[in-house]
Design a protein around this ligand. Structure first.
Ligand SMILES: *[C@@H]1O[C@H](CO)[C@@H](O)[C@H](O)[C@H]1NC(C)=O
Ligand SMILES: *[C@@H]1O[C@H](CO)[C@@H](O)[C@H](O)[C@H]1NC(C)=O
Ligand SMILES: *[C@@H]1O[C@H](CO)[C@@H](O)[C@H](O)[C@H]1NC(C)=O
Ligand SMILES: *[C@@H]1O[C@H](CO)[C@@H](O)[C@H](O)[C@H]1NC(C)=O
Ligand SMILES: *[C@@H]1O[C@H](CO)[C@@H](O)[C@H](O)[C@H]1NC(C)=O
Ligand SMILES: *[C@@H]1O[C@H](CO)[C@@H](O)[C@H](O)[C@H]1NC(C)=O
Ligand SMILES: *[C@@H]1O[C@H](CO)[C@@H](O)[C@H](O)[C@H]1NC(C)=O
Length: 411
């Protein structure tokens, strides 16, 4: 009796177990096949790589006879962050699929990793992202024509020129702050009043004419007394010499008309510690007519978030940089110190400081636009472009020149 019950129970267990196993196998069938290429890099492949590296010439070998692993159309697209660095130093982008899901991207079938041995072979990655700061020697020795090689950079082209000629005709996609990149990632974002992202863009068009400055904004700017401020932390480098010289020139001219440039920071006459930037910004908002938004590095389209100090704090930016600022700022909202002579800049400043009616017109844009820092975790575009194979990709034959027209001087 007892034995029979035992047998029944065991049989029942087995049936239930097998049954559930059946479903398990059924459900994961696709996953099991996927695992064929998710298997960790074999020691064997590592050995092959080593051999190639030892014997190879100075170019990447495009393996045309490589048989692409069979993939399901529903598969994830695997993106390898090659040298860990990634579009921005302060990046908060996490590995896996999370970033795409959390951003509610239209396409989220992408998977980010910096584990080079996640798949059987480096050639299995759909895309590989390289940071501008990557030695040629460290590049993968093998690639396939199916793979998308992505050039990413958030550092300025003049500080990080690309020098090795192997990079010409090498990348399939550029992902940088330059506005003619395949995926643009400017450091600042321009929104219209409906919160739609509208710029910056290479062929930016601005509302014309803009509405008169509102009473609310007029109230915020009517008690200003001091001419100009500049918050600067990095002053004695070669790169920034030109802007330093220009600032000194402008400062002298201002002194002549009884106005001052207050420089806050290590090399200035005023103190504004980094951890108390809020206090300085509040001073800027209350007291200063103008702010010197001088870029550290002069490269095309390189406008850093420092421009947001004046824009978000009701001061007028006096800009100096490598960008065509009409892609970034509405006409009549700034003074371009690279296009005008120092005397012209100062006379525009004096004119505005003496005439509230002229000064207030610099703020008309508030009626139509808002500015913010580009969110660093916004990577929907990356997954989108990998899902749109018809997108015209720019394999740039003269890549080094595209990235920095004066690269030869810097290499
Ligand atoms: C590759 O190296 C060879 C010498 O090993 C050199 O002659 C050639 O110019 C190099 N090619 C490139 C594209 O750097
Ligand atoms: C994504 O959508 C969810 C639900 O609609 C929302 O709570 C969340 O804030 C959105 N995230 C972003 C980054 O827009
Ligand atoms: C990527 O660029 C390489 C080198 O120019 C090219 O051979 C390859 O076909 C391109 N791949 C795609 C998917 O466009
Ligand atoms: C600057 O950009 C504007 C608008 O995008 C364009 O009309 C103008 O020609 C550009 N100027 C230069 C010098 O490239
Ligand atoms: C420039 O802007 C117009 C609309 O204003 C658009 O149709 C066109 O595609 C843009 N060109 C480029 C190169 O972005
Ligand atoms: C210069 O400005 C100060 C205060 O801002 C004022 O007291 C002084 O009279 C001015 N001097 C001239 C020559 O305008
Ligand atoms: C790609 O470029 C070709 C020719 O330059 C053009 O005809 C085509 O419409 C472009 N495709 C897309 C998706 O932009």
């Amino acid at each position: 009796m007892c034995k029979t019950i035992k047998t029944i129970i065991i049989t029942a267990y087995c049936v239930i177990f097998l049954h559930s196993l059946k479903y398990l196998i059924f459900d994961t069938k696709e996953k099991i096949i996927e695992l064929n290429y998710l298997v960790r890099t074999s020691a064997n492949f590592r050995k092959i790589l080593k051999d190639i590296k030892k014997n190879r010439k100075n170019t990447t070998i495009l393996t045309l006879d490589y048989e692409r692993p069979r993939r399901f159309s529903s598969d994830l697209k695997f993106i390898l962050k090659w040298n860990n660095a990634y579009i921005h130093r302060r990046s908060v982008i996490t590995n896996g699929q999370k970033s795409f899901l959390y951003q509610n991207c239209t396409y989220y079938n992408c998977y980010l990793t910096n584990d080079k041995s996640l798949l059987v072979d480096l050639r299995c990655f759909d895309a590989i992202v390289f940071d501008v700061d990557c030695d040629w020697d460290e590049h993968p020795p093998l690639r396939t024509p199916y793979q998308i090689y992505i050039f990413s950079a958030s550092e300025s082209a003049s500080n990080y020129p690309v020098c090795n000629s192997n990079y010409d005709n090498y990348y399939n996609i550029s992902w940088t702050y330059k506005l003619d990149s395949d995926i643009t990632k400017p450091l600042i974002t321009i929104l219209d009043k409906n919160e739609n992202i509208i710029g910056p863009k290479a062929n930016m068009t601005w509302i014309y004419p803009m509405l008169p400055t509102s009473e609310t904004v007029k109230k915020k700017i009517m008690y200003k007394k001091k001419a100009a401020a500049w918050f600067i932390s990095n002053c004695h480098s070669e790169n920034s010499k030109a802007r330093q010289i220009l600032a000194e020139k402008l400062s002298k001219l201002l002194t002549k008309v009884n106005l001052t440039l207050d420089i806050y920071g290590w090399c200035g006459n005023m103190v504004c510690p980094r951890d108390r930037i809020e206090e300085c910004l509040s001073l800027l908002r209350k007291e200063y007519f103008f702010y010197f938004a001088f870029e550290y590095s002069l490269s095309e389209d390189y406008v850093t978030s420092e421009i947001l100090y004046p824009l978000l704090h009701y001061a007028v930016p006096i800009v100096y940089g490598g960008a065509n600022y009409s892609r970034f700022l509405p006409p009549g909202s700034y003074i371009d110190a690279r296009k005008l002579s120092p005397n012209e800049v100062v006379s525009l400043m004096v004119e505005a400081i003496k005439n509230p009616d002229i000064y207030k017109d610099y703020f008309k844009w508030h009626n139509h636009y808002t500015y913010k820092e580009t969110p660093q975790d916004d990577i929907c575009n990356l997954c989108q472009i990998l899902n749109e194979p018809t997108h015209n990709r720019s394999v740039v034959s003269n890549f080094r020149k595209w990235w920095n027209p004066n690269y030869e001087e810097h290499c």
